[in-house]
Design a protein around this ligand. Structure first.
Ligand SMILES: Nc1ncnc2c1ncn2[C@@H]1O[C@H](COP(=O)(O)OP(=O)(O)OP(=O)(O)O)[C@@H](O)[C@H]1O
Length: 351
């Protein structure tokens, strides 16, 4: 049988909790191509987990529809049981069976299959997640990262149509988290798996996902690649939430717009028609340049290994951030030369 081209379709989905006022998820729609890893990202309480739980089959929709691999699995009054919708779920707390060994945890989802097939699949997955030598251990004898890999292998075992990962790295320390996000991505790609990850950590989203959906207050604000979200945010909320940056007051000028750091060419159609507006300036838009006549004073600095993230005060008192190679070690209060190098000019109505 051919693999359906869309692993998941969410169509005008609204989900409310009984007794709660506003729905937690409001009129959301998107589609996920087979083999794609997507991430739902957004601030606490924006509805990510609610949406994931509805996809898994744990919550009914108030309106709209969910289709997995072309089949309708949820619509009002009709919700297919979680175990019948071909989804694999990896939870925040791993939820491994404590009385089963690693290999028996992985084989759990394969009951009913011939023993030889279970053994072969289990052995392939142990190799894929790099845990062959720990097959006979119990969950309490494993580190957090190892437990997470077992949880992933267990969910992958029956070859689900879609994998759902609910904040899978939130219990791990930063270093392990960074390594594991890349490993998990490789494992999912090796299995050609379609997956949705929920997180509020954008670095995790950037390293794992092909596509990211930014949610806010129950609504999907933007769906796109991490590059598009960072460089072409479609709203002030996305611009603010993704990456670092500041909004500086700007005004119309003959060439486009003018603001404290200079003038930028911009088509008039790209400038908000009425009201006041701001321009988005990211840390990578500000270049440290000793020869520049434009000066800013170091207010704060954070050492990040290869570079410093400087917070700099302009003459007006407004602040910008700049990523500067760490051999440029300036002191707090010192004025340094800066210049603007802005590729994508993004302006937003002032709030
Ligand atoms: N069982 C429930 N009953 C009523 N309201 C709920 C319930 N669970 C969640 N909510 C509400 O629904 C909204 C969305 O919650 P949800 O858990 O989906 O957010 P989230 O984006 O996953 O947040 P977090 O990142 O903090 O986990 C919140 O306002 C929350 O208070």
């Amino acid at each position: 049988m051919d693999t359906p081209s869309l692993a998941l379709e969410i169509d005008r989905l609204t989900i409310g909790y009984a007794g709660a006022g506003e729905p937690a998820v409001k009129d959301i729609g998107f589609a996920l191509k087979a083999g794609t890893i997507a991430c739902l990202l957004g601030p606490s309480g924006c509805g990510k987990t609610t949406l994931l739980r509805a996809i898994a089959g744990f919550l009914p929709p108030s309106s709209g529809e969910i289709r997995i691999a072309g089949r309708c699995v949820s619509k009002p009054g009709e919700v297919l049981n979680p175990e019948k919708r071909q989804v694999g779920v990896v939870f925040q707390d791993y939820a491994l069976f404590p009385h089963l060994t690693v290999q028996d945890n992985i084989a759990f989802g394969l009951h009913g299959e011939p023993a030889a097939h279970r053994k072969a699949r289990c052995s392939d997955l142990l190799e894929l997640v790099g845990l062959q030598s720990l097959a006979r251990r119990y969950p309490h004898e494993l580190s957090g990262g190892q437990q997470q890999r077992v949880a992933l292998a267990r969910a992958l075992a029956p070859r689900p149509a879609l994998m759902l990962l609910d904040e899978p790295f939130s219990n791990l320390d930063v270093e392990l988290k960074e390594r594991l996000t890349l490993e998990v991505r490789d494992i999912l790609k090796a299995e050609r798996m379609s997956a949705i990850l929920v997180t509020h950590d954008q670095h995790e989203a950037f390293s794992m996902a092909d596509e990211i959906g930014v949610m806010d207050q129950g609504r999907l604000q933007q769906w796109g690649s991490s590059y598009a979200l960072y460089h072409q945010p479609n709203s002030r909320m996305v611009a603010d939430f993704i990456g670092q940056g500041v909004f500086l007051p700007a005004r119309r000028s003959a060439q486009g717009i003018a603001f404290e750091l200079g003038e930028l060419p911009l088509q008039q159609s790209q400038v908000p028609c009425d009201g006041e507006f701001d321009v988005l300036v990211r840390p990578d838009d500000i270049i440290h340049d000793d020869a520049s006549p434009l000066q800013a004073r170091v207010v704060r600095k954070a050492f990040r290994g290869a570079d410093f993230l400087y917070t700099l005060a302009l003459d007006s008192g407004d602040q910008v951030m700049a990523l500067v190679p760490s051999h440029h070690n300036h002191t707090i209060g010192e004025p340094i030369g800066i210049r603007l190098e802005l590729d994508h000019v993004m302006v937003f109505a002032r709030q």
